[in-house]
Design a binder for this molecule. Sequence first.
Ligand code: AMP
Ligand code: MG
Length: 518
Amino acid sequence: MKLNIKNTFTTALPSDSNLENSRRQVENAAFSYVKPKKTSKPEVIHVSPEMADALHISDNALKSDFFRNIVTGNEIYPNTTPYAMCYGGHQFGNWAGQLGDGRAINLFEIEHQNKNWKVQLKGAGETPYSRTADGLAVLRSSIREYLCAEAMFHLNVPTTRSLSLSLSGDNVLRDVLYDGNPAYEKGAIVSRISPSFLRFGNFEILAARKDIKNLKKLVNYTIKHHFAHLGKPCKESYINFFKEVSERTLKMIIDWQRVGFVHGVMNTDNMSILGLTIDYGPYGWLEGFDFGWTPNTTDRQHKRYRYGNQPNIGLWNLYQLANTLYPIIEEVEPLNTILEQYKVDFEKQSLQMMKSKLGLVVSDEEDVKVIQELEDNLQLVETDMTIFFRNLSNFTDEKSGLELIKEAFYDAENVSDEVKNKWTTWFKKYTNRLALERNSSEERKTQMDLVNPKYVLRNYMSQLAIDEADKGNYALIDELFQLLKKPYAEQPENEKWFAKRPEWARNKVGCSMLSCSS
Ligand code: AMP
Ligand code: MG
């Protein structure tokens, strides 16, 4: 396995002068050199061939012991120096100080076809940033991250990627419900890939420490390698950098809203500077459409990171980034203008996104109202978001409407006449609205089916794959992996996955509720 290795990050930025792997505050540095931990019986259980291909890793190499050892941290690729990054973050609205790669270790950069990819192991042992935790990850959360990142990629949602999923062979102690009943679980390691794993928090920690010299270095590096079109580092390119981060963040969140993805922990340390979905922890997929839903049990009380609040939190996080960049821009107004623009763009893009889900192309002044009423109706009784929108592309006339969406009701037998009447009223409006369109119904269906996925990684689906994998059977991981490569295709042979969450999964841990314990 011959890789085209680069090390732009570690060359351009200051490293921690302390080489000990001890937990500590790391100052005047962007990262610390650290080696992954050896594991007792590493075993690769799945790889993403698409990602391997992008990294120029051959099928043969994927099967080698060398590959297995590299992606489980048991061997270090020649002439590379793994490292953990220093970052801070605002967690649940409060500044949390230094966090950092506590259980992530960057191995190296691979350049292929003019693209630079960072290769990172998640769960490969402790680092100076592990604080009170062990630096390890368990199989259940690793399966969830591994599958979801690739699923999001195929849904056309900006995301970090997955290369491999492995067992470490070691057991890891976790208290899943935080109720004082810890138990051993199988340890696992995901190798994940991204052009950059930099987060808002990497910048925040430097500003918080008033380390403006290194903050500038980090911003300059980021512009040079990831926003090169913005030109040379100067006040103007710094402002444009913030503008583009803001735009990318918004675009990512609009995509989340479109497919019904709830991140669950939108702390600033989990916000990618490239606007990629990063750190798949207690995330979830909407089943019943509900603006108030969050999968994260830690956030059960305030629901800060609920589905309907994700766009606001994106903006809140951007305010933190604006404060961070202020010392190198030294002017409030351009930053404020960008933050104001986020609100305007959100309204515009959100409307545009919802219109596309409804197959609406032309503009009409009633559009906002039609969408508002739809969102209200979707929350009258538990109504499956994915099934509703997918079935809607088969809508032909107002009479068939209710029949068409019946499949999306979780308790179809007990939908009241009042609710049915509200839907009938809405379908009438929708019919009138469609009459303004110029597309044929076939054209509309084609276009709608490209934005309304048929298959998403429902929470119970991951859980089924996890339960099987715990028993040593990995076939379902592969089945879901293959299914989710074509989320917008009909795949009649996979119809069983186009189904509402089964009742047994309603209140099961891992299916509807997830803790941060991973
Ligand atoms: P998260 O909210 O899961 O993205 O994690 C927040 C912070 O906790 C990050 O700095 C992580 O590196 C750290 N962290 C989470 N789990 C572990 C673990 N098992 N060992 C060490 N650090 C962890
Ligand atoms: Mg994180």
